[in-house]
Design a protein around this ligand. Sequence first.
Ligand SMILES: Nc1ncnc2c1ncn2[C@@H]1O[C@H](COP(=O)(O)OP(=O)(O)OP(=O)(O)O)[C@@H](O)[C@H]1O
Ligand SMILES: [Mg+2]
Length: 458
Amino acid sequence: MAADSARRRGPVGWWRRRSLRVRLTAVSAAVLALGLALSAYVFVDALSRALVSTIDEGIHQRAREVVALSDAHRLDGPIVTTDNTIVQVVSRDGRIIGATGNTDRLVPLLSAESRAAALTDDGARFLDGRPYGIPGVLRVTVLRADDGVTVIAARSFAEVQGSIGAAAHVMLIGTPLLLVLLAAASWLVIGRTLRPIDALRRGAAEITGTARSRRLPVPEAHDEVHSLAMTLNDMLARLEDAGARQRALVSDAAHELRSPLASIRLQLEVALNHPEGQDWQETAEGVLEDTLRLARLAEDLLALARLDEGRPSRREPVDLNELVSRTADRYGIAADLPAATLTVTGDAMDLGRVLTNLIDNAVRHRTAKVAVALTQAGGPDARMAEITVTDDGPGIPAEDRERVFDRFTRLDAARSRDDGGAGLGLAIVRTTLHAHGGTIHLTDASPGLTAVVRLPLS
Ligand SMILES: Nc1ncnc2c1ncn2[C@@H]1O[C@H](COP(=O)(O)OP(=O)(O)OP(=O)(O)O)[C@@H](O)[C@H]1O
Ligand SMILES: [Mg+2]
């Protein structure tokens, strides 16, 4: 699927194959272009509106002044104007009865109909000035005075047109230039932003390539890439730990396998090299004992490997009273059981192995006796079953009571060579109990040791 879409043809495929930097720059440039074009348009539009309304106000003002003069019958002589406003006063019969010096005194700027129309819509309008000998466009307004007189005021629009044109020109050249500058800036900024990611990539390539530097470079800035690098480094550290533990386990296992194998080999070699006076029965017994040790080790390792997957293999109701009394019986111990039947959910075989391993340890280390008890834990843990296995042996010093749960940990290494196991017993116990939602801890029984197991009741 993924390879499929990566190979997609056409513009979409082409776009997706561009680098992130190209795509980000292109998208931001497109958005910028749109924004700049829009603001240039709005600017020119607002500018021209403002300029037009300034002209309109000017001519309107002049027209009102002339209307006032006309109504007061003081329109003798030419109308004087300081700015370039053109004013014509037209009588009811269409004659020009007053005008500024900069206009024709014979032809009104607007015909009678246009004047009437302009009076009704009451605003300024554009007018081509060329028929009246004025170059360019005019802005014209018409006001009514007494006695059917109308006043026409106009001003050339050419100047304003020039300024708007200049502004538009500046925008037309400036906007693309600004766009190019901004696009170049975002190209640089995006490149700089993506640089730490490239550094991460190169770091990762180095790790897989040389297996020497085991950490990714962490950028100085405390940004998202920084936390990504930190998270990835944490992950690498955990993977490294897991790898180291795996290697240690393999080498420990190999080490444990070596001694029974060497013992078997030695016994067989001796027997074969000195067949005279050889007690084959004794040899076979020795070899069998070593073989059993090997078989147990293999079984324990298999059990751990399976438990490492984290869940009990079966989830069925297990009658703890029955399981505890049956297992203790095998060692000739009478277990102390509660009146009520306690049931947990899990794998009866796995839980049986927990009890066997604990009682095995207790029996091996006891001086005189071992006690096994099952109770329902009181207090806030009322939904817990508690199993205790107590012996009166040497116990375990407080500082070692956690360590013994590690794989291949034996405190009395010399002794276990003969009758002990590989040091996997308690590791299997803890892993099994965790998979069942339970716990185990060791406490001092002075003298001796108590192993306390807690399991949630079903
Ligand atoms: N009841 C106990 N009293 C004193 N020491 C103990 C007791 N139980 C365990 N230990 C110590 O803890 C170590 C680890 O126990 P664990 O059951 O994991 O391994 P093991 O008994 O040596 O071997 P395995 O159980 O694999 O046959 C033992 O080697 C022993 O030194
Ligand atoms: Mg053991």
